[in-house]
Write a protein that binds this ligand. Structure first.
Ligand code: PLP
Length: 420
């Protein structure tokens, strides 16, 4: 993502130079040379005569572009401003970043790394390729996902299902698409086929396309089933986003894709051209990974996916069980992905204003870093990442327990509850 931002920034900087009319390069006075070398770059097609202009007062004034100023990542905005220091007597446990590579306990499959080595050794993937990806890589992704059928309220007690009436009431002239993230970060929820069909019905009724973020597709525990949204509709146009980052446990490889499901040709050329243009604005996917893609998709053994999921399921159960026993916390059992959301009964923790303060103090006292769910505009919750090694998961839960016990207060009028 950083690379994308950099390219965008350079692009904007260039654009803003071009609108200065004219711009002047000033040089130092060297004897016979004129004190000011006037170089006029006329971008409007008017006068192009070289002439002296008032000298520019030389001073450094290098400013960030408007685009960089307007770029906002809510997670970074909150987390980077958390200034607390961890407790020096406790080793740090970071349950905040959804990166399965951090602790080295969840390596990708050897088939995957072998495919990368083969792509590298072949020497065929070192150059520039089309920004939308090589045809062969795109064909691999299309055939792998081929399917013959070709700020919303969601509540944990309803498996984080969307309130469809509210959804429909929020759609207006300005609505350009519905974004559906399933399986979900941060909730770890997996929508049922029935619920997805209802979302599709709203989209069809309102003629709004869907952007389906399915990066955690097929990362679901055995008691749930992932239904790709596009398999359930033949008329709603859907852009489905996926990639290697999560299921193959290699987020640093920066390989993602968008599948276009548009059986009625509603997107037409305009949207397709727009996607191509966007792919040209940012860096295309890593060519080496494109070379390895076919093997990664087709040869990764089922056992690898199975082992990853049973590890995540087991950690989810451990974490849920441990946190459910802590007064003042309300963990929500996840069905997939790599996260677990935990409600904080704020009335029992009156010294903290909100989830940000709660999680800050948790770092300060216990060196356990969880992400305040305000980052997801879902206050009074925090998110736990469940990819850490099991012992660390248990240690983190026991420190969270110690923290809660130290800060828990009975809410007024609920003495009975506290006596339990
Ligand atoms: C919902 C969702 N979509 C997509 C991604 C992939 O993001 P990136 O391309 O930055 O790895 C993530 C990563 O955490 C995610 O949680």
């Amino acid at each position: 993502m950083a690379a994308i931002a950099t390219v965008g920034y350079t692009f904007m900087a260039l654009e803003s130079l071009l609108v200065i009319d004219p711009y002047v390069i000033q040089m130092q006075d060297h004897g016979s040379l004129p004190s000011v070398l006037d170089v006029h770059v006329n971008v409007t097609g008017r006068s192009s005569v070289l002439r002296k202009v008032k000298s520019r007062k030389a001073r450094w004034s290098v400013r960030p572009s408007e685009m960089s100023n307007k770029t906002f990542n809510p997670i970074r905005a909150i987390v980077d401003n958390m200034k607390v220091k961890p407790n020096p007597n406790k080793t740090m446990i970071a349950l905040s970043i959804g990166d399965p590579t951090v602790f080295g306990n969840l390596p990708t499959d050897p088939e995957v790394t072998q495919a990368m080595k083969d792509a590298l050794d072949s020497g065929k993937f070192n150059g520039y390729v089309p920004s939308i990806g090589c045809l062969s890589s795109r064909e691999e992704v299309a055939s792998y996902y081929h399917c013959p059928e070709a700020p919303l309220e969601a509540k944990p007690e309803k498996n984080w299902e969307i309130d469809l009436k509210q959804l429909e009431s929020l759609i207006d002239e300005k609505t350009v698409c519905l974004i559906v993230n399933n399986p979900s970060n941060p909730c770890g929820s997996v929508f049922s086929r029935r619920h997805l069909q209802k979302i599709l019905a709203v989209a069809a009724r309102q003629c709004v396309p869907i952007l389906a973020d399915e990066i955690y597709g097929d990362m679901v525990f055995s008691d749930s089933k992932f239904e790709p949204l596009a398999t359930l509709s033949s008329n709603v146009p859907i852009l489905s986003c996926g990639g290697l980052a999560k299921r193959w446990l290699v987020p640093g490889w920066r390989m993602g894709w968008i599948l276009i499901h548009d059986r009625r040709d509603i997107f037409g050329n305009e949207i397709r051209d727009g996607l191509v243009k966007l792919s040209q604005r940012i860096l295309g996917p890593c060519t080496l990974v494109q070379g390895a893609l076919k093997s990664i998709l087709c040869r990764t053994p089922q056992e690898f996916y199975h082992n990853t999921l049973s590890f995540l399921k087991s950690n989810a159960d451990l974490c849920f069980g441990a946190l459910a026993a802590i007064p003042g916390l309300r963990p929500i059992r996840p069905s997939g992905a790599m996260y677990l959301m935990v409600g904080i009964e704020m009335e029992h923790f009156p010294e903290f204003e909100n989830d940000v303060e709660f999680t800050e103090q948790l770092v300060a006292e216990q060196s356990v870093h969880c992400l305040p769910a305000t980052c997801f505009e879902y206050p009074n919750f925090f998110r736990v990442v469940i990819t850490v090694p099991e012992v660390m998961m248990l240690e983190a839960c026991s420190r969270i327990q110690e923290f809660c016990e130290q800060h828990y207060h009975c809410a007024e009028g609920s003495q009975e509850e506290c006596d339990k």
